[in-house]
Write a protein that binds this ligand. Structure first.
Ligand SMILES: Cc1cc2nc3c(=O)[nH]c(=O)nc-3n(C[C@H](O)[C@H](O)[C@H](O)COP(=O)(O)OP(=O)(O)OC[C@H]3O[C@@H](n4cnc5c(N)ncnc54)[C@H](O)[C@@H]3O)c2cc1C
Length: 461
């Protein structure tokens, strides 16, 4: 364990009451250090819990002068626990929870610690929405800076395509308002480049009108034809339909017929945001695939508020996942057959593949327009194996890597928000070619000493 070169007591003095601070053994420390994914037990040396921009500025100025390593936490959903690390100065942004909706102007300004669920519920009450992901607990800080792929992606683009501006506190404590006019290089970089460039204390988004959506879950037997068929139907569907497909062994849930527990199923999580009257026609090709596979085992597709799709979700547990993310151009029956055979033969307590069909508004944006460069990919995938402990999970890493390698079909690239490490190979895959060169130049301009390195890390040029 490394020796701390700075003192939490000095940090408290430097904060001068602008933000609460917790250290190990303080009330609130355990809550402040805890993050969502299981198996992550990092212990920062001290955690600052700012409630405004001034607290962030003080903490970063102290970190800069004292040489303290910084970790930034918003919703705590980083899949490898980036938001906290051992021995660092943690910044827990959950107190930056303001949300101002300009209903007539169709914009929203949110603190960097607001969750996607809280935002979506509040905007939904006015018949408005901004696209985030598929999970309410994810922080808008992390999902936005990394890109944001979710249930409205094909209809309305990624989260970054709806970002109008941000307030960024840089490594030396400067507060910058960034948008297309002010610091456009930094605004370009924070749309996909992650938390590499500063702390986003405020994010300003466009709001779009949304009436009831037709959405929910269709669960059906997984066969090579049904898995490949759903992917093809989702890809060919009008852009108002976004489908996120899970392929897995059915968990022993009461809603699933008992004879299917432990057998391979597909779970299509879908969102139709076009006119309600157009839903049946848009969903018909998917329903045909399900019928051919033997019919729906669960049909949870309903008409209702978009925000309703962000309710619930699996409870967080202590099990540990290993996984690999990839992009692909599609998934044919042969690849689907390989996927099913691998899921069948793997002995992990849970194993699954997630396939998100892209295209639509995601692909309308030029790859160089934002720091998310993978606009042409039709499919974003993840394969994961879950085990009781970190060491047991690590045993499945070769399996997830080989499977992801087969499914990507030669397509390169990684989505930063699903990456399971932040090392140089992953960073280069997330930010290929000229995207890397531009990001490295922005990094040199705004964080030359790589203070914000707890990321899929872009190194200064
Ligand atoms: C259950 C689950 C579901 C998910 N679903 C989706 C999905 O549908 N679509 C999708 O695109 N992604 C999804 N993700 C991935 C998610 O977008 C990323 O893990 C994201 O980084 C999480 O953001 P967070 O703020 O919750 O995480 P945190 O762990 O709090 O933060 C992650 C990192 O983001 C950076 N960061 C966060 N907030 C700020 C800020 N305000 N300023 C500067 N840097 C910041 C920091 O580098 C931080 O270390 C999911 C993850 C999980 C665990």
């Amino acid at each position: 364990m490394s020796i701390l070169t700075w003192s939490p007591t000095d940090l408290r003095t430097a904060l001068d009451g602008t933000a609460p601070l917790v250290v190990p053994d303080d009330d609130g420390y355990e809550d402040a250090r805890r993050v969502e994914p299981g198996g992550i037990e990092h212990r920062p040396a001290a955690i600052v819990r700012p409630t405004d921009t001034a607290g962030v500025v003080r903490a970063l100025r102290f970190a800069r002068e004292a040489g303290a390593e910084v970790a930034v936490r918003s919703g705590g959903h980083s899949v490898f626990g980036l938001g906290t690390r051992d021995g660092v100065l943690g910044l827990d942004l959950r107190g930056l929870d303001s949300l101002d909706l300009d209903v007539s102007g169709r914009t929203a300004t949110a603190g960097g610690g607001v969750t996607a669920g809280a935002y979506t519920r509040a905007a939904g009450a006015h018949g408005l929405a901004t696209p985030f992901g598929d999970t309410g607990g994810v922080g808008i800080g992390g999902i936005t800076l990394g890109g944001g792929v979710g249930l409205l992606s094909r209809a309305r683009g990624m989260t970054i395509d709806n970002l109008l501006g941000a307030e960024i506190v840089t490594a030396d404590g400067e507060v910058l308002q960034v948008d297309d006019e002010e610091h456009p290089d930094l605004f370009w970089a924070v749309r996909g480049g992650g938390g590499n460039f500063g702390v986003a204390t405020r994010l300003r988004f466009a709001l779009g009108e949304i009436s009831d959506v037709v959405g929910g879950t269709l669960l059906a037997p997984a066969t090579p034809a049904s898995v490949a068929g759903i992917v093809a139907a989702a890809d060919a569907a009008p852009r108002e339909l976004t489908v996120i497909l899970m392929v897995m062994t059915a968990p022993p849930m009461p809603m699933i017929p008992a004879e299917w527990h432990g057998r391979l199923v597909l779970m299509a999580n879908l969102c139709w945001s076009g006119t309600t009257s157009g839903a049946d026609a848009a969903l018909a090709p998917l329903r045909d695939v399900v019928t051919a596979a033997g019919g729906a085992l669960v049909d949870g597709v309903r008409t209702g508020p978009y925000a309703g799709l962000f309710e619930g979700g699996p409870p967080s547990g202590t099990a540990v996942a290993t996984g690999r993310t990839f992009f692909a151009d599609g998934l044919d029956e042969s690849a689907a057959a390989h996927l099913l055979a691998e899921l069948e033969s793997c002995d992990a307590m849970m194993r699954a593949a997630q396939l998100r069909v892209l295209g639509g508004a995601v692909a309308d944006v030029a790859p160089e327009a934002t720091a998310y460069a993978h606009r042409g990919a039709r499919l974003l995938g993840n394969v994961a194996a879950v085990a009781p402990t970190a060491s047991a999970a690590a045993g499945y890493t070769p399996w997830v890597e080989a499977l992801a390698d087969r499914l990507r079909g030669g397509r390169e690239g990684v989505y930063a928000n699903f990456a399971l490490d932040g090392g140089p190979d992953t960073a280069r895959a997330a930010y290929p070619g000229t995207t890397w060169d531009r990001l490295a130049a922005v990094k040199r301009a705004y964080d030359p000493d790589n203070v914000f390195r707890g990321n899929v890390n872009v190194l200064p040029a």
